[in-house]
Design a protein around this ligand. Structure first.
Ligand code: 6R9
Length: 652
């Protein structure tokens, strides 16, 4: 038996130095780490000064009542003013803020001056509908510019938005409206996905009929499909905004004024409404976007492929980039509509220089084949980002080679809805990168790995990722449930924020994320991370994607069961291949990590943000009835997997 908190099995020796040219002109250099180490609060106070304050804060952090933090508490600012007006006032009104690309191929360029007018009109419209400072507004929209305008309009008038994923059901919308007590819902008739218009308003109608308190439903016209209409309650966005003035004087709010609530599903129980406030959140979203992507707003074209309903869309489509005056691409649809090269075509069209996407997308592109991106000119790219899950070293290498032309640094950014902004990531002009590692806490951030007893693990050890000091964009609480906030994040290790992720430190002290601790497998007394076994599988040339789970086993406690998606050329019926994959994992990580069963499947169950739902695979592997499937993108995936499940496991 071993007493390790989490085994450290994978060794990765490849290293990539930052490109000399990028390093020479980088926004942030190694000095930032030193500066923040010497004076962490002074460092954040300086980053806060990158914003425009109506009243400059004199106080940086109030941590007198942990875990309830106040950042920049005596400062006042307007977040929307920071994201829009100040760029226009600085003479950059003609700069494109958003290059919108609709899925059907329609496009629209919106300058900062135009965005300012749209946000002003929308703010006036919300005011006309009775929305006031301190209220909540639910937003249920596709990936269209109005989603950003709606968020900024709420911020401008001091109403907190609660964005709900466009793919969520009426149930999910109703629960979120109810929990936050939203007065107004902003939605659209629909959006374009997979080549056809899909409806959104029916789900809102259904949700609103089940809850009290929603006074108005504001409807953006996107697809022009027929919609049911409730007179007096429903209002067309284009009709009400058309008659408003574009002028709207922004009010300055306290730095700790609520900016938004975003619900995360969590593993059980009702979703948690993660509350973010204004000054600290914007400081860190803007700083990290500037530092980690090395954004040069005059010349870069930035593209984050996340959905606005995910925290990545909040911090790295709306708030971070716009606070920095970036020009960005916003794309409505799916990566394979109308063809599997759509992303690369968009990069070529807009000469995108910074791309931020998720490992799930990268692994899908690997599966589709190298020849697809090879058909497009991707030479404009200079920095590549990854977020959402651990990126397997082989997917990282594929991304670097096939998308980044072996010249772009990759920044693997670890953070959460709760952290509000990036926490652990390389800096593109500083860090010698390692495929698969998020590496080191950003300047001003304190993270480490501890064992079961809260002792920091030595280099080379594995355990739990914790954050040891408060940070500006941290969640302030769970909406309406301070106790749950304390219990969920601050009770496992005293005085430390527990992120729920397993992690290890390598010999240099760099951090490697190993997946959610709920997913860790216990095999013959060893805690084995799902990430390491999956990465070993993905390093086999026949495998594009893998998800592993621990299934109850009489002899070993749990046994490793692997679900794999094969690359285009591999044959799922090939018996030899399964044996080969098991041996490959054994050879890469050691015999303890060799999966007992390997099951080739066509798809894996994923959430809307692309995270693999291992919980459901565990149900399948243990022949249980499936748990909650409502957050799945496509619930038919599970039927497919279950019917493919062979009765007899493949034994040694
Ligand atoms: C931004 C976002 C948070 C969880 C987090 C972790 C996983 C995100 C990661 C990563 C390894 C990375 N995660 N980024 N794991 N490396 N670079 O994804 O927020 O949807 O709240 O998910 O995602 O498990 O705890 P959210």
């Amino acid at each position: 038996m071993s007493n390790e908190s989490l085994a450290n099995l994978l060794k990765e020796e490849r290293r990539f130095a930052p490109p000399a040219e990028l390093a020479a002109a980088a926004n942030v250099t190694a000095e930032a780490y030193e500066q923040a180490k010497a004076d962490r609060l002074g460092f954040w106070a300086e980053q806060a000064r990158r914003l425009a304050w109506a009243t400059e804060p004199t106080e940086t952090l109030d941590w007198s009542n942990p875990p309830f933090a106040k950042w920049f508490a005596d400062g006042k600012l307007n977040v929307a003013y920071n994201c829009v007006d100040r760029h226009v006032e600085a003479g950059n009104g003609d700069r494109v803020a958003i290059h919108f690309e609709g899925e059907p191929g329609d496009s629209r360029a919106i300058t900062y001056a135009e965005l300012k007018d749209e946000v002003g009109r929308a703010a006036n419209a919300l005011t006309e509908l009775g929305v006031q400072k301190g209220d909540r507004v639910a937003v249920y929209l596709p990936m269209i510019p109005e989603a950003v305008v709606a968020m900024l309009a709420c911020a401008r008038i001091g109403a907190a938005h609660s964005v709900v994923f466009g793919g969520f059901s009426a149930d999910a919308i109703a629960a979120r409206i109810k929990d936050a007590d939203a007065k107004v819902v902003i939605t659209s008739d629909g959006g374009y996905r997979r080549g056809k218009p899909s409806a959104l308003k029916p789900a809102v109608d259904e949700a609103v009929s089940r809850v009290d308190g929603v006074r108005h439903v504001l409807v953006v016209q996107r697809t022009k499909q027929d919609v049911a209409w409730t007179e007096g309650r429903d209002v067309w966005w284009h009709e009400i905004t058309r008659k408003q003035s574009a002028e709207h004087t922004p009010e300055a709010f306290d730095a700790e004024h609520p900016l938004f609530i975003l619900y995360t599903s969590g593993t059980t129980g009702k979703p948690k409404g993660i509350l973010h406030t204004s000054g600290g959140y914007l400081t860190q979203a803007a700083y990290t976007h500037h530092a980690v992507f090395d954004l040069k707003p005059e010349t870069d074209v930035y593209w984050c492929t996340a959905d606005i309903g995910w925290v990545t869309g909040h911090s790295y489509i709306t708030y971070g980039p716009l606070a920095n005056g970036a020009t960005q691409v916003m794309y409505e649809g799916t990566p394979d509509t109308p063809h599997q090269g759509r992303f690369w075509e968009i990069i070529q069209k807009y000469e995108v220089s910074i791309l931020y996407t998720a490992p799930t997308a990268i692994r899908t592109f690997m599966k589709w084949g190298d020849d697809i991106p090879a058909k497009f000119d991707l030479s404009s790219l200079r920095v590549l980002g990854s977020v959402g899950e651990p990126i397997n070293p082989e997917a990282w290498i594929w991304y670097r080679k096939n998308i980044g032309g072996d010249r772009c640094p990759i920044v693997d950014t670890w953070w959460q809805t709760e952290t509000g902004a990036m926490m652990i990531s390389p800096l593109p002009g500083v860090t010698e990168t390692k495929p698969g590692s998020a590496q080191r806490a950003l300047p001003g951030i304190s993270a480490t790995v501890v064992d079961d007893e809260a002792n920091e693990v030595p280099d080379g050890g594995g355990g739990y990722l914790v954050l040891t000091e408060p940070w500006p964009s941290m969640l302030r609480t769970i909406w309406g449930d301070d106790q749950r906030f304390i219990d969920t994040y601050w009770s496992r290790f005293e005085g430390k924020y527990f992120a729920g992720d397993g992690a290890k430190k390598d010999e240099d002290g760099d951090i490697w994320l190993l997946g959610r601790v709920d997913d860790v497998m216990l095999v013959s007394g060893h805690n084995i991370s799902t990430t390491e076994v999956e990465s070993a599988l993905v390093s086999h040339p026949a495998v594009a994607e893998a998800a592993v789970v621990g299934a109850a086993d009489e002899t070993t406690g749990q046994a490793i069961v692997a679900f794999v998606i094969l690359r285009g050329t591999a044959n799922a019926e090939d018996e030899g291949l399964v044996a080969d994959l098991r041996n490959h994992v054994g050879a890469t990580l050691g015999p303890i990590a060799k999966p007992k069963r390997v099951l080739p499947v066509a798809e894996l169950p994923k959430t809307r943000s692309g995270k693999i739902m291992r919980r459901l695979l565990r149900d399948v592997a243990e022949n249980r009835e499936l748990g909650d499937v409502t957050t799945l993108t496509d619930s038919s995936v599970m039927d497919l997997i279950q019917t493919k499940l062979p009765a007899a496991p493949s034994e040694d």
